[in-house]
Design a protein around this ligand. Structure first.
Ligand SMILES: [Cu+2]
Length: 157
């Protein structure tokens, strides 16, 4: 009787552990795994209190994600996601980050734009950039503004 009971307990435990593993594996198999590198923020060469932010977004997970917004800890600042179409910047709703891919935010391509930064903002100014990802949630980055890129393309907004 005692032996039977412990066998039954073992069976229940095994089933529970397997079920737990299956759930965990199933979930992680489809989740994004986002890492942010090489964040650079350049002051705009023409527009005052404006900056362009570039970075490398690596998704080493098996699930896709979307960058759906960004904000900064500067009063009055407006942050937009941008793409470049036919040589002109345009605000976009989201930047898709497919599974197992690296998405680069770079000049003449996808980037984040910050407008209306407080007066007196200059090279060396530090701020916090908060990225909002649909599935991953928030990514908080410390960013330091640098002088405009020498070869920054001049776009009309
Ligand atoms: Cu832009």
């Amino acid at each position: 009787m005692k032996r039977h009971l412990s066998t039954a307990v073992m069976v229940i435990l095994t089933v529970a552990v397997s079920a737990g593993l299956a759930v965990a594996m199933g979930a992680s198999a489809k989740m994004p795994d986002i890492r942010i590198d090489d964040v650079k923020a350049y002051l705009h060469p023409m527009m005052s209190n404006t900056a362009s932010v570039f970075m490398k977004i690596t998704n080493s997970g098996k699930g896709a994600d979307n960058l759906i917004g960004a904000s900064v800890d500067m009063p009055s600042a407006v942050v937009e996601l941008h793409d470049v179409k036919d040589g002109k910047m345009a605000a976009i709703e989201k930047i898709s980050i497919p599974a197992d891919e690296i998405v680069e935010l770079k000049p003449k391509s996808l980037h984040i734009m910050i407008f209306k930064m407080p007066k007196g903002t200059k090279a060396g100014t530090e701020f916090t950039l908060k990225l909002r990802l649909e599935r991953t949630g928030e990514k908080i980055l410390k960013v330091k503004l640098t002088e405009p890129m020498p070869d920054m393309p001049m776009h009309k907004h």
